[in-house]
Design a protein around this ligand. Structure first.
Ligand code: HEC
Ligand code: HEC
Ligand code: HEC
Ligand code: HEC
Length: 469
């Protein structure tokens, strides 16, 4: 029997519908990721939209950002006082602005080798293999030389940066904390790691790496562990005072010795979670890291969380306008206003701390100097160092918590001035002719940093106190 063409019409319509309709939820769930799968490309076969977005973190550029963006700019020539504050520490040899997540391991491999001296432990936030290496190797993971531990990563992934498994459970795709130290860290804050809300997880997956940590040392200065110094803090209130107190509670936490002053110090690294969660306006409004750094976006007919994690200023403030109805230019100006103020005080406090370091250096070399005064100067210097570094190592130039950033820097400036005063007093008492201003002797560090021309040099002028600047 001969059929007319229109008899096929329902089938045609069905076919068209299937082709154009958004992917069905079941379809996404049926394809599964092998347990423990590290390779993002394998995950990408099942979740191509998130994968493509994730790979966009390869993109460089400054965009509309003033202080941040995705160029690995040299922070040492940008803030020359850092050369003095970090003298004796790998950070003082090479210290760059962060860039996209795909580069995290590559940038660590490219950085000056003094930065990897702590050993395999340095991989903890740079490779998705870190949790399994730690599991297999135990103590050796922390203290074996970096290159030896790095060599245990499969060769084809020797430069693989962040991966899906760092934040997701492959079986359910739920957010999951992959770093072993998070459980103790959350318990220390009085938070039950087994009962975290979705919104908390949208912050905590980031807090696994965007935090400050301690790598305690044994008597041979070998690394023994990695922990987050939150033992004296509570959820929503981690302060620099509490962190400083934990660091100082055990000499094993003093990871390096500052050359100019001879003081043994701990270190503060990128405390994004700590600064943000310490009562900032956005934290208190329940906003998560992912709200601002992984805004929703439409791709074709689907809505996904952007996995192109970057500065919101590189993305026309799209993240902010999910909640704020002001225009992007106004929002950007708010960010820059905050950052300019924080940068001003940061530069002042940093330069004051560098002055104090030079005064203490001279006092150390002076015979017959009053030990008590010098000791007081050193104790003030330590406090200044931790505060200046807390804000300098934090990656938002204060935006994540403007009030707290200014408070910490104000204290940092105060302690730096006190340190300088005590050291000067000790020098004067010992009969030394003390200059009005100490030369930072930056030529000592001529080979440091990666770029010759300082970025934004106008920001780096030392503030003088004669009212001319
Ligand atoms: C496994 C560790 C890890 C996790 C988890 C992680 N990050 Fe990062 N992040 C890094 C490292 C390391 C860098 C610096 C990479 C570089 O410079 O090579 C970085 C860089 C960044 C940057 C700078 C990007 C740029 O283009 O300059 C932003 C923004 C950022 N992370 C936000 C987040 C947010 C938000 C989350 C959670 C959704 C998160 N990160 C989760 C380790 C991590
Ligand atoms: C209310 C929005 C908001 C929230 C919430 C937020 N950030 Fe940010 N973040 C920003 C802005 C704005 C900047 C500054 C970007 C710039 O100057 O270009 C920034 C900068 C950063 C940078 C440096 C970016 C770069 O280009 O180098 C990192 C890393 C970062 N944030 C991580 C986090 C983490 C981790 C959290 C959660 C603990 C978080 N942020 C929460 C808005 C936010
Ligand atoms: C730094 C942490 C992080 C990494 C790495 C990461 N994701 Fe996500 N992902 C998130 C967050 C946060 C969400 C939002 C979850 C929520 O709101 O409950 C998300 C959501 C998702 C979703 C749910 C749909 C959506 O878009 O909201 C999928 C699918 C997904 N991610 C796939 C991937 C894939 C594939 C990779 C690797 C290529 C990956 N993710 C890497 C943090 C991450
Ligand atoms: C998930 C919602 C949300 C997102 C995303 C968000 N904000 Fe907000 N923001 C709020 C809330 C809520 C407040 C506090 C209530 C208010 O004053 O509107 C706030 C307050 C502010 C304030 C006033 C702060 C103060 O100290 O009073 C500024 C400035 C601001 N946001 C800028 C931004 C910028 C810039 C971004 C993007 C980088 C952003 N916000 C992203 C919800 C959000």
């Amino acid at each position: 029997m001969k059929k007319t063409w229109w008899a096929w019409l329902p089938v045609l319509i069905l076919l068209l519908l299937a082709g154009c309709a958004p992917p069905r939820a079941e379809k996404v769930k049926t394809a599964s990721i092998p347990p423990g799968e590290v390779d993002p490309a394998v995950w990408g076969k099942v979740y191509p939209l998130e994968y493509d977005s994730f790979m966009m973190t390869k993109e460089g550029g400054q965009g509309e950002s003033k202080y941040k963006g995705s160029e690995p700019r040299d922070k040492l020539s940008e803030y020359p006082f850092q050369l003095v504050l970090l003298d004796g520490w790998g950070m003082g040899v090479e210290f760059n602005e962060p860039r996209g997540h795909v580069y995290m391991l590559k940038d660590q491999l490219d950085v000056d080798p003094s930065r990897r001296k702590a050993g395999g432990v340095c991989l903890s936030c740079k490779s998705p293999y870190a949790p399994q290496l730690k599991e297999q190797m135990g103590l050796a993971y922390f203290q074996e030389p970096y290159d030896r531990v790095h060599a245990m990563i499969p060769e084809n992934h020797a430069e693989l940066g962040l991966s899906c498994i760092d934040c997701h459970d492959p079986a359910s795709m739920d957010l999951k904390l992959s770093r072993w130290f998070m459980e103790d860290a959350l318990k220390a804050l009085g938070k039950d790691p087994a009962n975290l809300t979705r919104q908390e997880m949208r912050t905590l997956v980031c807090a696994q790496c965007h935090n400050t940590y301690v790598i305690p040392k044994d008597e041979n200065m070998k690394s023994t562990d990695l922990f987050l110094p939150w033992q004296e803090s509570e959820w929503g209130k981690i302060t620099i005072e509490d962190i400083e107190s934990v660091i100082k509670s055990d000499p094993a936490n003093l990871e390096w010795k500052h050359n100019p002053t001879g003081i043994k110090l701990g270190h503060i690294r990128h405390p994004e979670f700590e600064l943000y969660s310490n009562g900032s306006v956005h934290w208190r409004a329940g906003v998560a890291c992912a709200d601002c750094h992984m805004p929703y976006e439409r791709v074709g007919s689907s809505k996904i969380s952007s996995h192109h994690v970057q500065s919101p200023l590189k993305d026309n403030m799209r993240a902010c306008t999910q909640c704020h109805n002001q225009d992007p230019q106004w929002l950007r100006e708010q960010v820059i206003l905050i950052q300019d103020r924080v940068n001003n005080l940061y530069t002042r406090a940093g330069n004051a701390a560098a002055q104090a370091a030079k005064a203490i250096e001279l006092a150390n070399k002076t015979s017959g100097v009053d030990r008590q005064l010098l000791g007081q100067a050193k104790r003030f210097y330590e406090k200044a160092y931790y505060r200046v570094t807390f804000i300098g190592a934090e990656n938002s130039m204060g935006f994540h918590n403007p009030e707290e950033a200014l408070r910490v820097l104000g204290d940092g400036l105060y302690y730096a001035d006190q340190a300088l005063m005590k050291a000067r007093e000790a020098l004067v008492k010992a009969g030394v002719e003390v200059p009005d201003k100490f030369d930072l002797e930056l030529s000592r560090y001529a080979k440091r940093g990666t770029k010759e021309v300082p970025y934004r040099p106008e920001q780096n002028l030392e503030f003088t106190f004669d009212g001319t600047k």
